[in-house]
Each structure stands twice: as C-alpha cells, then as structure tokens.
Design a protein around this ligand. Structure first.
Ligand code: NAI
Length: 359
C-alpha cells in the first residue's frame, strides 16, 4: 500500500484527477489516497490558498499528485503550484513529450524530455511594483552602477540564477539521460544577451557536461530552440532549461505531441515528488466533462514508476496508447485535431473508461 496525497485542484482539476484515480485503481496497485484541497476555494476557511495541513500531509508521504490550481493574473495570491514546488525544494520539473499514434498532432515520432529548473529565475517571485520603495531603491542602485536609467514608472522583477541551482539541475538532466538511455542533452539559454545569469547557467552546464563523456552535449539559444523544435523536433533529446524558458518551451513541446491535454509532468527533489500535468486549470472548459485527462493519467504513470510500480505504469501507458490509436473514444481536443470537428468525441470520464478497458 502506498500513501499518496491527492490535491484535486480547481477548474478541470477535479474531473481529470477523478478520471486518473479510477485508472490507477483499475491497475490493482494499492494506494491510500489522502485527499487535500488547496487554492482559492479554501481561502475563506483557512485564510490562505495553501494551508499548513496540506503541506504537512505532503511532507508526511513525500509523494503527491495534483490537478491544476488557478492563479489570479496580475494581482491576488501567488501561485500555489509554485509555492508547493518551493516548499519542498522540488527543483527538477521533468516533462516527457512523446508522440502517440492518434494524438492528433502534426508530427510523428517526437520523443524528447524537458528538464526545467523549478526554483529560481524570474519565477522566484522577487518583484517590486511600480512606485514601490523597493523599485525606487533598486533603480538608484542600478543607476549608481552605471546600468540605468530605469524609468521611474517601471515595475521590476529580479532574475536570480545561481551556480548551485544550475549545477544541480544540469546534473539531474545528465543523470536522467544516463538512467533512461537518452543520448544527448541540450542546454537552452539566452547567454548572448543575459551574460550574467544565463551566462552562468551555460558555463556550469559545460562544466557538468565534461563529466558525462558518454552523453552528447550541445547548447542552443532559446529563440533558435523554439524554431528548431518546430522544424526538426528529432534534433532534440533531453533539454535542460532555466525556469521561465522551461515553462514556455514545455507548452511548445506539448503542442508537438497533440496539445496540453497530452503532456504529463513531475516535480522532483530530495524531499519528495509532486506529479501534475503541464497544463493549467482550463477555466474555459471546466465542469463540462470535456477535458482530456491523458496528461494527468500519464502523470500518474510517472508517479507509479517513482513508487517502483513499473509494471502498472507500463500498463497505463500502453492502455492510453491503445485508446488513442483506436481513435474511437477520444476527447474533443484530439478529435478536433484529427478531423477538424469534435463531433463523435467522448467525455473525460468515458475516455478514462476506455483506457480502463485497455488495461
Ligand atoms: P491552461 O493550460 O489552463 O489552458 C490553455 C488552453 O489549453 C485552454 O484553451 C484550455 O482549454 C486548453 N487545455 C488545457 N488543458 C486541457 C485539457 N486537459 N484538455 C483539453 N484542453 C485543455 O492555461 P491558462 O488558461 O493560461 O491558465 C489557466 C489557469 O491555470 C491560470 O490561472 C494559470 O495560472 C493556471 N495554471 C496552473 C498550472 C498548475 O496548476 N500547475 C499550470 C499552468 C497554469
């Protein structure tokens, strides 16, 4: 029996996590689900979107799987998703993007893995609002160092990239490549412009790469990477990126394999692992039983691998593949990509039923 915290989240989260849970239970693997709520819906009761008892539960099991949680744009509370990753120092975000027959994408045989740094960069949340004391003091420091002027009405976000943070994520990428039979690691950056931060990331990546002569290494500027991924995804194997580029390139790569409904993910560190799809809470389709639960189901397969349940993980992947390949019971996003219309598609739960039939 494995103890796992399940955070359903909001938006499409409850629908896709219930579909995922049914598929996992159908494998016969014993999971003791500890369901915990987080997000806007718990603020009235607990005064915070991420109550301590949720953190305690994850601390106790070390393993969680979650649905997406909505983050207000521009104002309001900071991302619960980012806070969870930071609370447990889950520094490696691993997102495999693998083509499946019938996934509705324009590509075949895409097989790459994003390894995104999860704790630093512009995502660290160090920000100063327009007109704040912090922004004006920073502007003074910047001007005094001869790098200004920063306009008086500017808001400022800080991009910390450390040597230690870069070393551990690049090392993780190489270790992942070795353990998973991958041949190449590409470090993605913008070191031509951000010479201090991305320059440090690249320098450390080159140093780490020297310790892995069995794995090919190259580096690529992030804009050229985006074009390369769209033109020739076969050129890529494992990509290691700082946090923000990793966020953006993850969605691009999801688009290579059928869209956000297809792309699973894991946040991993020394203290534990939290599994979640790449996509967000998709408020535009929430509560309608039309979301594609594939990404969440494949995230559960990654979790089962993490728990040592490799046979069940493999069965889930094969069942998802078979369901998509059969093409009869697929959700609207996939059907639309394949035929131009969602007509004849099935709902979230019916798709999960089809996966369960193929287990
Ligand atoms: P999103 O990923 O929720 O949606 C983007 C588009 O993809 C939408 O058209 C949506 O309908 C579609 N989509 C996403 N998942 C799908 C699925 N499983 N099946 C079919 N279609 C799917 O991105 P958006 O709209 O920018 O963000 C919505 C909210 O989610 C925001 O509050 C954002 O902060 C949050 N978010 C949360 C994440 C997390 O919990 N880890 C990650 C990314 C965003």
């Amino acid at each position: 029996m494995h103890d796992v915290v399940l955070i359903p989240g909001d938006g499409i989260g409850p629908e896709i996590t219930s579909a995922m849970r049914r598929v996992v239970e159908a494998t016969g693997v014993g999971i003791n689900w500890n369901v915990q709520e987080a997000g806007a819906g718990v603020i009235d009761e607990y005064g915070t979107p991420l109550p301590d008892h949720v953190l305690d539960a994850v601390r106790a099991t070390g393993v969680a799987i979650k649905g997406p949680i909505t983050t207000p744009v521009g104002t309001g509370f900071r991302s619960v998703n980012v806070a969870l990753r930071r609370a447990f120092d889950l520094y490696a975000c691993v997102r495999p993007c693998v083509s499946q027959p019938g996934d509705g994408s324009r590509y075949e045989n895409v097989d790459l893995v994003i390894v995104r740094e999860n704790t630093e960069d512009l995502y660290a949340g160090i920000e100063y609002d327009r007109g704040s004391e912090g922004a004006s003091r920073l502007a003074e420091v910047i001007a005094a160092s001869g790098q200004g002027p920063v306009r008086e009405d500017a808001a400022i976000s800080i991009k910390p990239i450390s040597e230690a943070g870069s070393r551990r994520i690049v090392t993780y990428a190489f270790e992942y490549a070795r353990a998973n039979g991958r041949k190449k690691v590409t470090a993605v950056h913008k070191a031509n412009i951000m010479k201090a931060t991305d320059g440090l990331f690249l320098r450390v990546a080159r140093e780490v790469a020297a310790g892995y002569p069995d794995i090919e290494f190259n580096d690529k500027i992030v804009d050229a990477t985006c074009m390369g991924l769209v033109m020739n995804p076969d050129d890529f194997d494992v990509l290691v990126l700082p946090n923000l580029y990793g966020d953006i390139v993850s969605d691009l790569c999801a688009g290579l394999v059928g869209g956000l409904g297809m792309a699973p993910g894991a946040n991993i560190g020394e203290q534990g692992a939290i599994f979640e799809a790449t996509h967000g809470s998709a408020p535009d389709i929430a509560g309608k039983d039309i979301a594609n639960p594939t990404a969440e189901i494949l995230s559960a397969a990654m979790m089962l691998d993490h728990l040592g349940e490799h046979e069940a993980a493999g069965r889930i992947r094969a069942a998802v593949r078979a369901t998509l390949a059969a093409g009869e019971k697929v959700t609207g996003d996939v059907r639309r990509a394949l035929t131009g219309t969602a007509e004849g598609c099935v709902g979230t739960q019916a798709f999960a039923d089809a996966v369960i039939e193929h287990l």
